[in-house]
Design a protein around this ligand. Structure first.
Ligand code: CA
Length: 225
């Protein structure tokens, strides 16, 4: 038969394909390790109108794209965030902003609306509410419904400086929906795929739980690199 290949030829073709695949794999994994810790974009997210912790004139900006419904965001807030605050925010080197991501539907939406409403009403207590809302996220079965208007009011009742009635009507009238849509636009603009996503100025930290990577990015930014 005209097109029949000899076994030797087939073996050769397989060997060539195999070697090519191997080379491709090595190249891919090398590229990956080079960009393992961070990717630098051409701009940083605007934090105008966003809840911001620390000195507004701090030279470096860290942004968390997070979701109150996301377990990893709760874990990040409890493990990495306090170190970041004591090392960099409290020392005036970093200002920290939180931008809402709505990957978990209605509950993410409600949590975001509530947080934006608290921020609008009294920016000074925003971070207390933010922290408390994450604390209320159940450790197990976080998929079950827990961000409800009742839960939000219960949390707000425990924080001095929140007018609960005002918050209730803000939730009922969706008064801060534009703030939430603004956040969604930034999430789309920066192609955020997972939460938490942490950015240090223009740099996306590939492993948000790698505090050393965050530190390095901040220190580089402080040095103007
Ligand atoms: Ca916002």
């Amino acid at each position: 038969m005209k097109y029949k290949s000899s076994p030797v030829k087939i073996t050769m073709i397989f060997t060539i394909v195999f070697v090519a695949l191997l080379v491709a794999l090595v190249v891919i994994s090398n590229n990956k390790s080079e960009t393992n810790q961070r990717i630098t974009l051409d701009k940083q997210p605007s934090i105008e109108g966003q809840p911001t912790l620390g000195d507004l004139d701090a030279p470096v900006t860290v942004v968390e794209f997070g979701d109150f419904k996301c377990p990893a965001c709760k874990a990040w807030g409890e493990s990495i965030f306090p170190q970041l605050v004591s090392d960099y925010v409290d020392t005036g080197k970093v200002k920290f902003s939180f931008i809402n991501v709505l990957f978990h539907g209605e509950e993410s939406q409600l949590g975001s609306l509530a947080a934006e409403s608290v921020y609008k009403q009294n920016p000074d207590v925003y971070w207390d509410f933010h922290k408390k809302l994450f604390e209320e996220q159940p450790d197990e079965d976080h998929d079950s419904k827990w961000i409800t208007p009742e839960k939000i009011i219960e949390i707000a009742n425990g924080i001095e400086g929140i007018d609960t009635e005002k918050l209730k009507s803000a939730l009922e009238s969706n008064s801060e929906k534009n703030e939430v849509s603004n956040d969604e636009e930034i999430v789309t603009e920066f192609n955020v795929q997972s939460t938490p996503t942490i950015m240090v100025n223009e740099t996306v930290i590939e492993e948000p739980f790698n505090y050393e990577a965050i530190k390095t990015a901040i220190d580089n930014a402080l040095k103007g690199n």
